[in-house]
Design a protein around this ligand. Structure first.
Ligand code: DGY
Length: 329
């Protein structure tokens, strides 16, 4: 790479050293996390050709301050932090990291299924706090997971990875709601005869576990509301591994407090980190996680590697493997 073909890259969230080195070998790189050093980030924007990072809102005002921008490479599969219509208008390429995190996020969701139904955190605390003084009684029993019906809202790659665990590992009938039925023969043959495309209200009425894996968009914001919670089977457990803002959190709390829902396992929240005054933080029947869906050493590295490759390809004028279609919004 000669000096004239070098571009300016702003790394706005920490990258593993080996991936940072790949960028530095090819381009001019500024590492500036706006959450820690906004002035350095702002100073780098006017000359930036590429941005790479995650978990920071890249809105229209920010894009205006980056007139040379050609590509954003997000170290995430979700793209709700980006002003998609503006990116499309400006012809800025948006890359993301689908595929490499599916199994890990599915593991996290299953951890929440198990934790909520078998009361894992509550009972671990009982042991820790010295309250295990006799055999536990029925009041602390959980409910089985195996053989129960799971209802998936959203049935993309991650939803299908959850469905495989449920159907093949736990003998659970799988219902899913998606805009269109998935061609299981082509995409997930092992789920043929095991996963059923189901109208929303039917799914809500039948599922013991309702698992939301929805991306955040104008269509899904606040979609899981009081009406949907009321339509869930009494005693159902609600799990959210998609995006927090797809849920009306006040309605969720009401459904838990009334006893209509048995429990909730939440990896995502409308506002993150979860505010100290959120009732979801300490609710006895909520298992809250700090958005760890993809947070393993292996998967976070794979995401950073894919995002780095995407960025290098886009800046070299090639079509990256994982471009998000901003025209589709
Ligand atoms: C994603 O990749 O979108 C995960 O939610 C982590 O942010």
């Amino acid at each position: 790479m000669n000096a004239s073909s070098k571009k300016n890259i702003v790394v706005f969230r920490e990258l593993p050293p080996d991936q940072l080195a790949r960028l530095q070998a090819a381009h001019h790189v500024v590492v500036a996390d706006p959450k820690h050093d906004l002035a350095a980030f702002d100073a780098a924007l006017p000359t930036a050709h590429g941005l790479i990072g995650s978990s920071y809102p890249v809105d229209a005002a920010l894009l205006e301050r980056a007139p040379q921008l050609e590509v954003i490479s997000s170290v995430s599969v979700g793209v709700d932090n980006y002003a998609l219509a503006d990116l499309h208008t400006r012809g800025i390429v948006l890359c993301h990291t689908p595929g490499v995190l599916d199994e890990t996020v599915a593991d996290t969701v299953f951890a929440l299924l198990m934790a909520t139904s078998r009361r894992v955190v509550e009972l671990a605390n009982l042991v820790r706090e010295g309250r295990w003084t006799k055999n536990i009684g029925e009041d602390l029993f959980g409910f089985d997971v195996h053989g129960k019906t799971i209802g998936l809202l959203g049935f993309g790659r991650i939803g299908q990875a959850i469905a495989r665990r449920a159907a093949l590992g736990f003998g659970m009938p799988v219902l899913y709601h998606a805009r269109r039925p998935v061609d299981l023969a082509a995409q997930a043959p092992e789920l043929q005869g095991r996963a059923t495309h189901t109208p929303l209200n039917d799914l809500l009425a039948r599922a013991d576990f309702v698992v939301a894996m929805l991306p955040l968009s104008d269509a899904t914001r606040g979609m899981i509301d009081a009406q949907l919670f009321a339509a869930m089977k009494p005693g159902a457990i609600f799990i959210n591994g998609g995006r927090g803002a797809t849920v009306n959190e006040a309605a969720l709390l009401a459904a838990l407090d009334s006893g209509h829902l048995r429990a909730a396992g939440l990896d995502v929240f409308a506002k993150e980190p979860l505010p100290m005054d959120s009732a979801l933080r300490t609710h006895p029947r909520v298992t809250p996680l700090p958005h760890i869906g993809s947070a393993t050493h292996e998967t976070r590295h794979a995401m950073a590697e894919l995002a780095t490759t995407n960025l290098l390809q886009a800046l070299a004028g090639e079509r990256p493997g994982a471009v998000y279609d901003t025209a589709a919004v």
